[in-house]
Design a protein around this ligand. Structure first.
Ligand code: ADP
Ligand code: MG
Length: 243
């Protein structure tokens, strides 16, 4: 039964302590993500969305409960194998000084993989091959974002974690990135956890949607019913105000 879900969170809690003060940021999260779904994760700033993503590829470990990836507890995965299976992309893709190619091959060099035809990954994100030897400093914001995504794809992850990847882009670049990801999803059946603060985006791209408020998963439904017939009052409030 467990194996049918790609990602499963069971009773996941997490606290951080800052200056001796302990703050509980996730409180017994239970959620399952089916293979091939796109779950858009919404919630006010600071509600714990990025923390959830970080626990799916062991950037953080839960204090209580467990995250299962393909039925196996994340802490029992071999880290390089996990990071190849579960890719993550952020709003500001960190780049090393050098060329587009240097940056594209960074994960491959970490995992000592040989990549034939690295330009194929630029193509996947609609960047021209002619950029390969360009310095990353000379890329536009949209091009950097796409390069970050291309670099995440080099490992051919079957699960993608996207953390507000379009929030710094202009509307037409936002649509282009959405289009790229939806194509990838169609071609490879990638399972996607997509944190966004853009309600319209969450509705456009999601198959399912979650709302996190104060470290609690208050609503998880198919995207259409999440937006049209939310069950929880906090969801109704969130959708009305955008919070
Ligand atoms: P969101 O992505 O929903 O904006 P986060 O998951 O980033 O929220 O953060 C949830 C809460 O946890 C915030 O209050 C944040 O300040 C705190 N937090 C996140 N990471 C750390 C950390 N490494 N150390 C201390 N506090 C953290
Ligand atoms: Mg965040």
């Amino acid at each position: 039964m467990l194996e049918s879900n790609t990602v499963e969170l069971r009773g996941v809690s997490k606290s951080f302590s800052t200056n001796g003060k302990v703050e509980r940021v996730l409180n017994h999260i239970n959620g399952t993500i089916e293979n091939g779904s796109i779950v858009t994760i919404l919630g006010p700033s600071g509600s714990g969305k990025s923390t959830i993503l970080s626990m799916c590829n062991l950037l953080l470990t839960p204090d209580e409960g467990d995250v299962f990836i393909y039925g196996k507890e994340v802490r029992n995965w071999n880290i390089p194998e996990l990071r190849q299976t579960v890719g993550i992309a952020f709003q500001a893709a960190p780049m090393i000084p050098g060329t587009v190619l240097d940056n594209l091959l960074l994960p491959a060099s970490i995992h000592q993989m040989n990549i034939d035809h690295p330009e194929q990954f630029l193509e996947k994100v609609s960047l021209p091959e002619s950029l390969l030897h360009k310095n990353v400093q000379d890329l536009s914001g949209g091009q950097r974002q796409r390069l970050g995504l291309a670099r995440t794809l080099v490992n051919r992850p079957s699960i993608l974690l996207l953390d507000e990847i379009t929030s710094a882009l202009d509307p037409s670049s936002v649509r282009e990135i959405e289009h790229l990801i939806l194509n990838l999803h169609k071609e490879e059946n990638t399972t996607i956890l997509w944190v966004t603060h853009d309600l319209d985006q969450a509705r456009r791209v999601g198959t399912h949607s979650w709302l996190i408020v104060n470290g609690e998963l208050v609503e998880h439904s198919p995207t259409e019913s999440f937006f049209t017939t939310p069950k929880d009052d906090r969801t109704k409030q969130f959708l009305a105000k955008g919070m």
